[in-house]
Design a protein around this ligand. Structure first.
Ligand code: NAI
Length: 349
């Protein structure tokens, strides 16, 4: 049964505890001010409901920021499928039930794949509801795995950040933490543009693949952040920029795909004080959400590419404005989103 959980920070939070399936569905709708809440479904084995709820609340708020800055005309939401009893029910039954939850919510929230969920899972959801994206690509239309689009957006953001300091990618050394779906593709784009790479991944196979393809040097996952690189691209975990790591960074630029890279807002100020140009993660990594939204809207992949490439000029404008105001870009981005959310805009997906 779908219940509402009390919240003071979000528009609505729903819970459906399904003992028969061994899972609990949590849907966090942070804001629908700009349109229906849009954001992926994460499937994870949390320790308890508090942990699952915290993740849903934090991630859905982040989606409001990401979607607003990318001018997508949608709000922010996220869902979490907390796996309490693994293997209790077939995946198909879980995602069919999740689809029913979304249908009951009537389009307030639209989902897509995220950590732990796949295109195949979203196809099962689609049988129960139309409020889902991240489905297979069809003839020239946007769709499918959003990771390559996230990588393209991060690449554009890196180029734009370098350009604001009169630099380019040729001969630039980039450190990539995490060579998975996004980081791996980002490495391809960086090398094509003339950069050299230092990479690290806890999966030796992932790092070895990039080393073999691009002649990248492999670093230790424990020390990749300290490498003497020009640009650091965190593409693995959140909270990697913190009071412990920041004093040890050598990079002049930090631009990556990982969500919530700053452990606290003060860490953004710490980076600025050290002269590190940090592009807010949610500005750089919006390519994936742009992909699933344009798919949802039935747009072409050509239009999708154009929309993702706008991340470059957006980063450039943000960094130039921050320079003019002598403000850290992440602080300015926050103010810009707050202004957008305070304004009268209302659109629909
Ligand atoms: P992925 O799971 O394909 O890749 C992550 C990689 O990081 C894996 O190769 C993993 O072995 C590695 N890794 C994990 N812990 C590590 C550590 N401590 N040190 C070094 N490497 C480590 O995930 P994906 O899709 O590439 O996403 C990467 C990041 O970008 C995640 O934080 C994700 O939330 C974020 N993101 C991804 C989007 C997408 O479209 N896939 C969209 C927006 C954000």
């Amino acid at each position: 049964m779908l219940e509402m959980i009390e919240t003071s920070t979000h528009e609505a939070v729903y819970r459906d505890r399904r003992d028969d399936l061994g899972v609990t569905f949590l849907v966090a709708i942070h804001s629908t001010k700009l349109g229906p809440a849009f954001g992926g479904a994460r499937m994870w084995r949390y320790d308890d409901e508090d942990q699952a709820l915290r993740d849903a609340l934090r991630l859905s708020e982040g989606m409001t920021y990401k979607n607003a800055m990318a001018e997508l005309g949608v709000g922010g939401g996220k869902s979490v499928i907390w796996v309490r009893e693994p293997d209790k029910a077939p995946r198909e039954a879980i995602f069919a039930a999740f689809g029913d939850v979304l249908e009951q919510l009537g389009g307030q929230y639209i989902t897509a794949e995220d950590v732990g969920t796949s295109v195949g899972d979203m196809q099962i959801v689609r049988r129960q509801t139309r409020y889902v994206a991240g489905l297979p690509q069809a003839d020239g239309r946007a769709g499918g795995d959003p990771s390559p689009w996230t990588a393209l957006g991060v690449f554009e953001a890196i180029e734009a950040a370098l350009a604001t300091r009169g630099r380019g990618l040729v001969g630039t050394l980039v450190g990539v933490q995490g060579c998975g779906a996004v980081g791996g593709r980002l490495c391809d784009l960086l090398v094509e543009a003339g950069a050299s790479l230092v990479v690290a991944d806890v999966s030796q196979a992932h790092a070895a693949k990039v080393a073999a393809t691009h002649g990248a040097r492999i670093s230790d996952p424990a020390t990749i952040l300290e490498e003497p690189v020009d640009v650091l691209a965190p593409c693995a975990l959140g909270a990697v920029l913190n009071a412990d790591t920041i004093p040890r960074l050598h990079a002049s630029f930090v631009v990556g795909a990982a969500n919530n890279q700053l452990a606290t807002p003060e860490d953004g100020d710490r980076l600025a004080a050290r002269g590190v140009l940090y592009v807010p993660d949610y500005v750089a990594n919006a390519g994936g959400i742009i992909s699933v939204l344009e798919e949802y809207r039935g747009q072409s992949s050509a239009l999708l590419e154009a929309r993702v490439r706008v991340i470059g000029p957006r980063v450039r404008d943000l960094l130039r404005a921050a320079d003019r105001l002598s403000a850290p870009p992440f602080r300015l981005a926050q103010t810009m989103v707050d202004d957008i959310l305070a304004g009268p805009v209302k659109a629909s997906a």
